[in-house]
Design a protein around this ligand. Structure first.
Ligand SMILES: O=P(O)(O)OC[C@H]1O[C@H](OP(=O)(O)OP(=O)(O)O)[C@H](O)[C@@H]1O
Length: 293
């Protein structure tokens, strides 16, 4: 039986591309607020006897999360054989430790809530910093996909003589992988984070690559401070470009970041005007491979 693909509001475009690629049936989730602010949820599509994939990128998750849980529960109540969460961006991955007494380890609490509601989670480049994999947080099976091959193809097709630049040591994994795929050089800068919006970045001598176009690559753009500060270290080189996986761009980050680069592009993991790189093919392949019903 065809899978039923149900996007939460705002995820319809991504879900439509996904449904077309994996021959799923596209349904819908209607949501609204009751006058008292509580969430109303109604599914359009029949989950009975079928695998249901709920598509909801989890950027800014707090206002939509309860509706997501209600949608999943409703699919199960109505007879879905399994209920999976397709979250191209996975939220609450950064507070993965109690830095100060009494703090919530929200990565773990969020993972418990998702694990108690869904049968399986598919996501792209979750911000795994202190944990080796999602299995350290989630008790359901998870599939972690990587955008680096698609970022590499975009850079190879759009940038002459790129120098791949990672803004911090953690970005070595994707900067190195992208560079190796397209036969480009790469460098990694060193970042020290002092607060939500304060970072310092040190760069090595980049003069050997003056004839290259620096392409900054990162997993997340949130406050934008990492990208803005890193761009400041590329002075004297060709106009820099920037490719990110998850375009959160909080508050005024987009105007700050876009002013520092000749071009900023992102994947469609989080809907944003900078989206140029489609991830639906990556997720469709995973669905067809891992979740065959
Ligand atoms: O746009 P911004 O607000 O600068 O946030 C984005 C940056 O934050 C993350 O790293 P972070 O420095 O938080 O490392 P960590 O979470 O792994 O400690 C991420 O890898 C980006 O580099």
């Amino acid at each position: 039986m065809q899978r039923l693909i149900l996007p939460l509001p705002g995820n319809e475009g991504f879900a439509k591309r996904l449904a077309a690629l994996c021959q799923g049936e596209l349904g819908a989730v209607e949501t609204r607020r009751f006058p008292d602010g509580e969430s109303y949820v109604r599914l359009h599509g029949d989950p009975r006897g079928r695998a249901v994939d709920i598509v909801c990128t989890l950027a800014r998750p707090d206002p939509s999360f309860l509706g997501l849980i209600f949608a999943a529960d409703t699919a199960r109540d109505l007879g879905a054989t399994e209920v999976n969460l397709i979250a191209p961006y996975l939220a609450y991955m950064r507070q993965d430790k109690r830095f100060q007494d009494g703090e919530s380890v929200s990565s773990l609490s969020f993972a418990r809530l998702v694990s108690s509601t869904f049968d399986r989670l598919l996501t792209v480049d979750p911000h795994l910093h202190r944990h080796p994999s999602l299995a350290a947080l989630y008790t359901i099976p998870t599939t972690t996909l990587h955008a680096a091959p698609r970022l590499a193809s975009w850079i190879a097709g759009n940038v002459q003589a790129p120098l791949i630049v990672g803004p911090d040591e953690e970005s070595e994994q994707w900067a190195g992988s992208i560079a190796a795929r397209i036969g480009a050089p790469h460098v990694v800068l060193r970042k020290t984070r002092h607060g939500d919006r304060q970072v310092d970045i040190e760069a090595p001598d980049l003069s050997a690559w003056r004839d290259c176009t620096p392409v900054l690559v990162d997993d997340i753009a949130s406050s934008g401070r990492t990208l803005v500060t890193a761009a400041g270290k590329l002075a004297g080189m060709r106009p820099p470009q920037c490719v990110v996986v998850h375009a959160l761009f909080a508050e005024d980050a987009w105007s700050q970041v876009s002013a520092c680069f000749e071009r900023v592009v992102s994947t469609d993991a989080v809907p944003h005007p900078s989206n140029r790189i489609e991830l639906a093919p990556l997720l469709a392949n995973a669905l067809l491979r891992d979740l065959r019903d």
